[in-house]
Design a protein around this ligand. Structure first.
Ligand SMILES: [Zn+2]
Length: 674
């Protein structure tokens, strides 16, 4: 099995590793535990080099890649905080001093922490990324290893791999062979794009066999883990990585690189063509996307945002179109602010990301039913994110396709649809009730309810009341009556929310002290009191207990369904392997925002624990009882009803009961490291 390679003698194939490994086969999620080889020491960057880097890096440059900054008096700049959702800027940057601080959520730090937190890198990776960006050579302490292929983070490696893949596909499209000629013709004749646009977006081609990519990546010596996790291949779990094992996901398709908001290629969208082979598992799908990988989450990504965000500004709002090729079409006619959702539906995460750069969005979807439905779904999410929305439509035309419009009329087509743009309320009212003049009072009142429900997504009272007034006009309702109806709806909604029985978690979070931001769900998850949470707390505040705990807690006692349990198992795995990085260097072990928030919350808590050993014993006892007692009761029930048709024979049941009793009676000792 693979993990053996990274283990240490003699505790290589431990039960925890085995359990986690079989878990991973079922849930192939990010698990950095396996990619850190504990045999090599982590490379240590020279402190002098870090000091030098901080002096030479311009913090404003670093931050303005992510946040649009404006002058805020003196040497200060400010913008919308990237760490919490806000509508007025409270994120301040002092470029001279090299520090930033958000007065909304309290996040503060320097260039390195900023890169670490916004790009999800660990300290070493963040320093390396900054060094690369500003042309500063990073020096490592002698003997500490320095970055070799094996030690680079998996994420960084998958980024690099995508760069190589994008270049590979692009060269295949430009090649003077049959495949290249087919795709060049497809691009220029069928899609009617200029060849330069293919260069600009690095559009590529996967040939009918998808054969070239595997060898190209193997030549570059990417790690086995990166090849397995990059999403570009189907690989059987236990197959050794050979050329034959790399079965390409994309064959005979036009390859569109997907970049994150910082311009890094993180995935591909692949368009079906005549060359798509008949045995492609997704043969019928027009577009196939990369699966989610350590560097790609669909819900947090908007196509072309990396370019569009530098072009938005006064009078130049974002233009949201349906597909990637629509966005490329807009770009090709000089409309540089177009973006497209990644995947089929727009998510709150995408819009919050958008709001960070500019508040105005023009929604320009196809005029067919699907496009209209998508627009209506988009509106409440946009209002919630605090976006100002307008809808572009072309009066009189039947089926309006942005691609065709811009292809035929260029930028003039954009000016044309803008003249007929609808406000959010115009669009919503018209979609819900196309002919208010011919509608009965009852129909108009019903339509108003639907529109009002959309309006409740907006947070600002001023916005809400302006919307209600406007909607009343469009739906031909009295302004006063509409306002009353809206208030009644809001009151009804809050009554319903109050009457709904809160799940246990929410009840706690409602009474507990909340952080200014962060989702309700994750907040409540952190406050639930479980033995897992207690032990996690001990791992963080009494690190010496980690190793003994790792021997005392079998992985299957832990409830991995919840973040605290998943983290506990991961942390104990690190302790067991002597690979615990220390509580200040946990970035590499945390897989998602929920886990990061949970750990931050636990670190900030000041536990008044007098006897950590006792707390550990108590937690262990609870875990053990929870794991063993239900089975104990089951057995006793079966023994008490010998004639009921229940499972095994009494003798083996008795044996099992004795074993369980012994286990439950065994004193729980926390032995020092084995
Ligand atoms: Zn903030």
């Amino acid at each position: 099995m693979r993990f053996v390679v990274f283990g240490r003698e003699p505790r290589v194939d431990t039960p925890r590793r085995r359990a986690e490994f079989s878990e991973r086969l079922r849930w192939p999620v990010i698990e950095r535990v396996y990619q850190r080889p504990p045999i090599h020491p982590m490379p240590v960057i020279k402190p002098s080099c870090v000091r030098d880097l901080k002096l030479r890096v311009n913090l404003a440059d670093v931050i303005s890649r992510v946040v649009t900054l404006r002058k805020a008096g003196g040497t200060r700049l400010k913008g919308l905080c990237p760490f919490h959702n806000e509508k007025t800027p409270s994120f301040h940057v002092d470029a001279d001093k090299g520090y930033y601080k958000c007065f909304g959520c309290g996040k503060a730090g320097d260039a390195i922490t900023f890169v670490r937190d916004t790009e999800q890198l660990n300290f070493t990776e963040a320093v390396e990324a900054l060094g690369k960006r500003f042309g500063i050579v990073i020096e490592f302490e002698e003997g500490s290893g320095g970055p070799t292929t094996a030690e680079r983070s998996l994420r960084q490696e998958i980024f690099d791999l995508h760069d190589v893949a994008a270049e590979h596909f692009h060269q295949a499209l430009k090649a003077k062979d049959a495949t290249g000629e087919f795709f060049q013709d497809y691009w220029t004749t069928k899609r009617r794009f200029a060849a330069e646009i293919a260069d600009e977006f690095k559009i590529g081609a996967a040939d009918a066999h998808g054969s070239g990519l595997g060898p190209a990546l193997l030549r570059r010596k990417f790690s086995e883990e990166a090849l397995r996790r990059c999403g570009l291949f189907f690989i059987y779990d236990d197959a050794p990585i050979t050329l034959g094992a790399l079965r390409p996901r994309f064959r005979g398709r036009l390859m569109i690189p997907i970049r994150d908001h910082q311009g890094r290629v993180v995935a591909f969208t692949a368009r079906q063509t005549e060359l798509t082979p008949s045995d492609d598992p997704a043969r019928e799908a027009k577009y196939v996307n990369s699966p989610e990988t350590p560097i790609f989450t669909k819900g947090n990504l908007l196509f072309n945002l990396d370019r569009a965000r530098t072009s938005v500004g006064d009078g130049k709002p974002f233009v949201l179109v349906e597909g990637q090729l629509d966005a490329i079409r807009c770009w090709s006619v000089g409309l540089k602010t177009a973006i497209a959702p990644q995947g089929t539906s727009i998510t709150e995460g995408q819009l919050v990301l958008l709001r960070r750069y500019h508040a105005q969005v023009e929604c320009f979807f196809d005029r067919d039913t699907a496009g209209q439905k998508a627009s209506l779904r988009f509106l409440p999410l946009a209002l919630k994110a605090g976006l100002e929305v307008r809808f572009l439509t072309l009066a009189g035309s039947g089926k309006l396709d942005p691609d065709l419009l811009f292809l035929e009329r260029g930028l003039a087509g954009y000016d044309e649809v803008r003249r007929d743009a609808q406000s959010a309320m115009q669009f919503a009212c018209h979609s819900v009730l196309p002919d208010p003049a011919g509608a009965s009072a009852e129909m108009r009142s019903r339509a108003a309810q639907t529109v009002f429900e959309i309006i409740t997504s907006a947070e600002s009272e001023v916005t809400r009341s302006a919307f209600v007034t406007e909607a009343a006009t469009h739906l031909r309702l009295g302004a006063l009556a509409a306002a009353k109806d809206f208030e009644a709806l809001v009151a009804r909604q809050s009554r319903q929310a109050a009457a709904r029985p809160l799940p246990a978690n929410d009840a706690e979070s409602a009474s507990g002290p909340g952080t200014p931001d962060g989702g309700q769900k994750s907040k409540s998850a952190q406050l639930v009191h479980t033995p897992e949470r207690d032990l996690l707390m001990l791992c963080l505040h009494f690190e010496a207990l980690g190793k003994p705990l790792s021997h005392a807690v079998p992985p299957d006692w832990v409830d991995r369904e919840h973040p605290a349990g998943a983290l506990l198992n991961r942390f104990l795995g690190e302790f067991e392997q002597d690979a615990w990085p220390g509580r200040d260097h946990l970035d590499g072990l945390l897989e998602n925002a929920e886990e990061r928030t949970l750990v931050a919350t636990l670190l900030f808590e000041n536990p008044a624990i007098e006897d950590p050993n006792k707390v550990a014993q108590e937690g262990l006892k609870q875990l053990r009882a929870r794991a063993l007692e239900p089975r104990m009761r089951q057995i006793e029930l079966a023994l008490a009803n010998p004639h009921a048709d229940i499972e095994a024979d009494p003798i083996s049941l008795l044996k099992e009961r004795d074993k369980l009793q012994r286990q439950l009676r065994t004193p729980l000792v926390l032995a020092a490291g084995v």
